[in-house]
Write a protein that binds this ligand. Structure first.
Ligand SMILES: *[C@@H]1O[C@H](CO)[C@@H](O)[C@H](O)[C@H]1NC(C)=O
Ligand SMILES: *[C@@H]1O[C@H](CO)[C@@H](O)[C@H](O)[C@H]1NC(C)=O
Ligand SMILES: *[C@@H]1O[C@H](CO)[C@@H](O)[C@H](O)[C@H]1NC(C)=O
Length: 307
């Protein structure tokens, strides 16, 4: 084999190794762990709450709808949570962010995990607007406040607590924070911004010997309930798209517990798309542009998911 052959072989070996690599995960490490998860009234957040409960953690969950929170907390107790409490609030409000971390501090006396998952995607739905960016600064401010600024505020409030425990910060990001995504300019902007902020913050923590891990989760469109016609159209990835939110929630929890820099869920599509977008950006961009606009409009990215 020539140099090229060996290089190819090596590349293949690395790729296969990457696919099969599973970081060590000890479920027992979560017993009694003090966890805050935001955006838990539905979807991935709700599923994370149940998994943490099943591992015997002490968990504080947040969302806007108190009725839903009560139901989720009741189920968490059934599943074995050592403690399950909630803060009903809007993470777009600074005082609600403060109340969340303050409550964790008072009730738990410390914090091991902060999992930031909440999203405010409903403004577009309410206004029923064109999917193209039209310069609506009200929407931009509202989205940036909930999807970006509040993440930084919550993380900053929690950092002194996480520092004491060598804890972990988990950011639920999106593939839209890694590749160019039409019809989601402000959403993609906030997810890119989260990646940029927290990747840079990680550098600063290392430089200061602060042993708090930061995990950025790159989730595909598939995790939340997609309309049936989306699945029909993208049949080639239909299998991935049917991956239940519960599995996604578990992947996030494992990634946080293993202190991974990033996780990709589902593994295949988002990982390949992210890597390709660095090597052949134009190709990826023309592919995402060719997705039928009508279908994209109906994806949860644009219709919004209430939390
Ligand atoms: C950071 O904390 C984790 C969890 O306590 C520990 O496993 C790891 O060894 C620590 N890292 C360093 C560099 O000491
Ligand atoms: C946290 O990690 C540091 C190393 O970064 C280690 O010296 C220390 O013992 C750890 N503390 C706890 C509470 O695990
Ligand atoms: C989607 O794929 C399945 C097999 O995986 C096939 O049976 C089905 O006909 C396909 N549907 C469309 C619309 O292509």
């Amino acid at each position: 084999m020539g140099t090229l052959g060996w290089s190819f072989f090596l590349l293949l070996a690395v790729l296969v190794g990457y696919i099969w690599y599973e970081p060590a995960f000890d479920p027992e490490s979560l017993r009694g762990a003090r966890v805050v998860v935001t955006g838990c009234s539905s979807g991935i957040g709700e599923q994370m709450a149940y998994h943490y409960a099943g591992f015997g953690a002490r968990v504080l969950i947040t969302a806007r709808r108190e009725g839903r929170l009560k139901e989720v907390v009741a189920k968490m107790k059934d599943l074995g949570a050592q403690e399950a409490i909630y803060v009903a609030g809007d993470m777009g409000k600074p005082e609600d962010c403060e109340r969340t971390i303050q409550t964790a501090k008072e009730k738990f006396g410390g914090l091991d995990y902060l999992v930031l998952n909440h999203a405010g995607l409903s403004t577009l739905k309410k206004k029923n607007k064109s999917p193209f960016w039209d310069g609506d600064m009200d929407i931009l401010h509202a989205e940036a406040t909930v999807n970006y600024i509040s993440y930084i505020q919550l993380a900053s409030l929690a950092l002194p607590l996480l520092h004491k425990t060598n804890g972990s910060l988990v950011i639920v990001g999106s593939l839209a924070g890694k590749i160019a995504t039409p019809f989601a300019t402000y959403y993609a902007g906030s997810k890119y911004a989260l990646d940029g902020f927290f990747t840079s913050l990680r550098q600063e923590l290392v430089m200061q010997d602060i042993n708090v891990s930061i995990t950025y989760c790159v989730l595909g469109l598939i995790d939340t309930d997609l309309p049936a016609n989306f699945n029909k159209m993208f049949n080639f990835t239909a299998k991935l798209q049917r991956a239940p939110p519960s599995d996604c929630a578990m992947a996030i929890i494992r990634g946080g517990a293993a202190r991974q820099r990033e996780i990709y869920y589902p593994w295949g599509g988002p990982w390949v798309a992210t890597k390709l977008s660095r090597i052949v950006p134009q190709l990826l961009e023309s592919l995402t542009r060719s997705l039928p606009p009508k279908l994209l409009e109906k994806s949860p990215l644009f219709t919004g998911e209430e939390n």
